[in-house]
Ligand binder design. Structure first.
Ligand SMILES: [Zn+2]
Ligand SMILES: [Zn+2]
Length: 120
């Protein structure tokens, strides 16, 4: 059984001794970096999907715009049911609606401010 020797952490400038590639501090940092590049991938995929969705849904689908007959141009994709980080709700097309950011801000303000009001 070859024993792994203690050596310095592979992180530039770190001299903590470790038996792995990185000391425990920098192992965590490497994980954080992986996580953020994962998020970047997620975000660019969403940016593309969103753009395609808005091409198909060029006008705001909020109730006010529907009622006015003169909907504002859509520039955001809203999640009808707030996804709160749930990837299933996040990527479910049936849970998307095109909205204008002004209408969207109003809706978000209602949702944030109206905690406990059972509108739906
Ligand atoms: Zn280190
Ligand atoms: Zn609207």
């Amino acid at each position: 059984m070859p024993k792994r020797a203690w050596h310095e952490c592979a992180y530039p400038g770190c001299h903590r001794l470790t038996k792995d590639r990185y000391c425990e501090i920098h192992v965590a940092k490497q994980d954080a970096r992986r996580e953020s590049s994962y998020r970047r991938g997620y975000t660019s995929r969403w940016a593309k999907t969103r753009r395609a969705f808005l091409m198909e849904h060029p006008v705001c689908e909020c109730p006010e715009c529907q009622a006015s007959g003169q909907p504002l141009p859509a520039d955001v994709v809203d999640h009808i049911i707030p996804h709160r980080g749930d990837p299933v709700l996040f990527w479910d097309r049936n849970n998307w609606q095109a909205m204008n950011h002004v209408c969207h801000n109003k809706k978000t303000a209602r949702e944030d401010g109206g905690f406990g009001n059972k509108k739906r």
